[in-house]
Write a protein that binds this ligand. Sequence first.
Ligand SMILES: Nc1ncnc2c1ncn2[C@@H]1O[C@H](COP(=O)(O)OP(=O)(O)OP(=O)(O)O)[C@@H](O)[C@H]1O
Ligand SMILES: [Mg+2]
Length: 520
Amino acid sequence: MIILKNISKKFGNHTALNSISLTIGEGEIHGIAGANGSGKSTLLNILFGNPVIRNTGGYSGDIFIHGRKAVIHIPKSSSDYGIGMIHQEFALIPDMSADENIALCREKTYALTEKIFGKNFALIDRRRTRDAANHIMESLGIHIESNLRVAHLPVNLKQFIAIAREISKENLSLLMLDEPTSALNRNDSEMLLNTVKKLSQKCCSVLYVSHRIEEMMNICDAITVLRDGKNIAQYHKKDEFDLDTISTAIVGERTVKAVRKASQRGSHPVMTFKNFSVNMPHEQISDLTMEIFRGEILGVTSLSGHGKSALGYGVTGFYETGGQVILENEKLDIADSRNTLSKGILFIPEDRREKGLLLSQSVMKNMVFTALQTSDNYYLHRFPLPFLSLIHHKNCRKYAEDSVEKFGINCRSVHQKTGELSGGNQQKVCIARACAVNPEILFISEPTRGVDIRAKEIILETLLDISENFGATVIISSGEIEELKRVCDRIAVLYKGKLFAVLSPEHSDKVFFQAMSGMA
Ligand SMILES: Nc1ncnc2c1ncn2[C@@H]1O[C@H](COP(=O)(O)OP(=O)(O)OP(=O)(O)O)[C@@H](O)[C@H]1O
Ligand SMILES: [Mg+2]
């Protein structure tokens, strides 16, 4: 049993956690819900001994594990207590392969060398180490070539590698998962939830953080709701969970769902793909021939690895492409990304920490840095000679402050480093960056990943707004069918990298899932 007593944490003057007390029983799956910035990851980071906690003044309060007071200041001590964590943003070593990441610090060694030199200096038995790691991956149903570096893998595979690494720990008694399914599709999520249930049956306790309330209601024995760092409510499965009550407790009011009111889809194609292909590791698109119409909101969906994430990366030149992209009547030179941006084409990737943000820069800089690359914009002083243009700090600050207000971004000021924001708030900064550019064609991948239930609706409303009021064409790649159906005019379904069907939002979920599985 794990007991937390009066856990508090401050970052400077900001109180992230205010006297949290919790009891997690043996084999209990305990959910932590709350809006972006409510303190969920901070609580997990304290139990994990994340150095960021110590480096920012530590925490107060007590942790008891199996009746004994635990002192956790570094990850090694939490690991010794049998605590494992799946981080919200992947904590993998990008230049290592999947099996190397899984076995890291727990490599198998040759027994004889261990006897002679001791555990720390024994020779690593690479074959046994790789086999053990592969065995765990197989038990999770994943197959990854061992020569591929993790950096090149899509987010769903990275997530499974992180899980494989934690569940391979022999003394695991508490597993903490911070939004583990936000990057996963329905099948992958179910696989993960089953793994978590099996662990709890083996008496491993689980702390489970998610914005997917229904998923938590399905898997958790109890759900604690945090708001502004305080424990404001606790619900138990035995009393029956109620979606409405929990959702309202999280944001303090009922949320209104965003829906497409009037389609702005024109009759002229604004972008045409001709035999287009994208060669992204673990996710390819091949032979895509399709038109995107001016003003439409087009959804692109598929199972993970079947192509939905590759489209935006391909058009903006992140990976090798083939075939053609025609913009109006002119062939787009994909290799020239500045030219692509100057044509008003923008891509916001789902991997916000690696490819979507400058973490050491301020919220304001992140919001305007792409817009500053375009000519004649609101964020530069206008001079007759364009190369003399200076940044218009007042306009930049005004845009940033307005966006903080609009999206409800939880930050101290627009000058705070983006890396210090909670995961969902970072995602909102990405969306504000897209809006600053005023794009003609916006490719956006998993726009609501990791954001709370209210922010989700604000982001979807924003995408509707830039289509309906600014005439932009929006292409949303997402696995969230329910959301796509609410805001899109058409939804393209890819299967094995090929266009399998173009469905209307009226089609049933069953038709969508059949198409995603390649069934006509
Ligand atoms: N390293 C840091 N420095 C300064 N403030 C921080 C730091 N890490 C977190 N915070 C602040 O602490 C608060 C709680 O953040 P936390 O990451 O725990 O939120 P969260 O509930 O996990 O949100 P999300 O759902 O967006 O992941 C936020 O206001 C955040 O800005
Ligand atoms: Mg978090």
